[in-house]
Ligand binder design. Structure first.
Ligand SMILES: [Fe+2]
Length: 399
């Protein structure tokens, strides 16, 4: 296959809206990025991270050194948790404003990057709060420059205009999408991902699969999203088993990371629908639930639901994991079974009831899917009509 002909140590520049430095060793491009920030007059930045991965991966060492060398001042906010909250964003934004930072550097997976995007908005709107953003009290059209140093291969947030932050007291986990939060530069370095634990490796890869299954089948999908979708499935199906077996395999990490990047671009173009709209209530209610695990428990039932209308696209896109589908409506159950068994082979055996959800939760989850700001928009993009009945059925079929 041609994949082996690519020099994975060559740092390539992938230009979508964000310019991403992509390849083994790309972290060193932080020096080039620091120069670009200086060129924009940035003298101080806030660095937004989780508790430890920025240190464990070695990314912070390189970034700190570059900032010191270039004379860029920084303040570190390292309190971002999985399923980050509006309070964390407010706290970081206050720190940034008090310090006089004019740009944001995120180091981490989706949670730190999405939080940093939100902080960047508040730096441009100092009189607003994160609740104002996530309750859609205003629509920002400016933000401080965002640099995303990505440490997981799943969310795709380093290349798109989405961010997700939770409002805990309402159990809401809304998503925003604004042009002003495309990162200016991103770094995707597979060498920073070899320590990702097995479970996380799996969940983030399944997140990418969900992005494309949805992006390729919304009411507004396009051929570009479908092209990226098919390649994402091919690469994840091929390289996820290798990364699970041999976590330090750089070629596997490179292609899983590339798959998540193109999946992030796919849903920037094709948007999302059921799986994400129904997962956000799950991790809104149980913040300890990994996003990718929540998605994977819903995916088979979503495929079953949409297959009768999106069968032709799904048959093509899913062919690397389910060969031989024709796309006819009668294959919906087969697609459901086969996706479920593929997830099982990869190591995901949980159903909703194994993660503490019960039949009695379905009503509340369904209500949250319709009430949480922004999720109703995703539901409206589903290829089959998203009635309460349909949503209930997907949750029930995932128990
Ligand atoms: Fe996602």
């Amino acid at each position: 296959m041609w994949e082996n002909k690519i020099d994975i140590h060559q740092i390539t520049e992938i230009r979508a809206k964000t310019t991403t430095y992509f390849g083994v060793g790309a972290i060193n491009k932080i020096h080039t990025i620091a120069d670009a920030l200086l060129g924009k007059g940035v003298k101080k930045v806030i660095v937004v991270t989780g508790k430890g991965s920025h240190i464990k991966t070695g990314a912070w060492d390189v970034v700190k050194k570059a900032l010191d060398e270039k004379g860029i001042g920084y303040i570190l906010y390292s309190e971002i948790t999985p399923n980050p909250t509006v309070d964390q964003v407010d706290e970081a934004a206050k720190l940034a404003l008090d310090f006089g930072a004019t740009a944001v550097i995120a180091i981490g997976g989706g949670s730190p990057i999405d939080s940093a995007k939100s902080v960047a908005i508040l730096m441009a709107y100092p009189d607003k709060t994160a609740r104002d953003i996530y309750e859609f009290k205003f629509a920002p059209d400016k933000a401080a420059p965002i640099i995303a140093i990505n440490l997981t291969h799943g969310t795709g947030t380093e290349v798109n205009r989405f961010a997700v932050v939770s409002i805990p007291e309402k159990e809401y986990k809304p998503a925003i999408a604004y042009d002003c939060i495309y990162p200016l530069f991103s770094i995707d370095d597979p060498a920073l991902m070899t320590q990702l634990p097995a479970e996380q490796t799996l969940y983030v890869s399944v997140d990418a699969i969900n992005h494309i299954v949805e992006a390729a089948t919304t009411k507004v999908t396009n051929p570009f999203a479908i092209l990226l979708a098919k390649e994402t499935v091919r690469l994840v199906a091929k390289y996820l088993p290798i990364a699970k077996e041999d976590p330090k395999n750089l070629t596997a990490r490179y292609y899983l990371l590339y798959a998540s990047l193109i999946a992030g671009t796919a849903f920037d173009n094709g948007l999302l629908h059921f799986t994400h709209a129904l997962e956000h209530p799950l991790s809104g209610v149980k913040p300890e639930l990994a996003h990718g695990l929540g998605l994977s428990m819903l995916l088979p039932a979503v495929i079953k639901q949409i297959y009768p209308v999106s069968g032709e696209i799904l048959a093509d896109v899913l062919s690397p994991i389910i060969p031989g589908l024709k796309g006819t409506p009668d294959e919906a159950l087969k697609a459901f079974d086969e996706v479920k068994s593929w997830l099982k082979t990869m190591g995901i055996k949980s159903q909703l009831k194994d993660e503490g959800f019960a039949e009695s939760d379905v009503e509340k989850l369904t209500a949250l899917a319709f009430e949480t700001p922004s999720l109703d928009l995703l539901l409206s993009l589903a290829p089959v009509e998203a009635t309460k009945e349909t949503v209930r059925e997907i949750y029930t079929n995932s128990l």
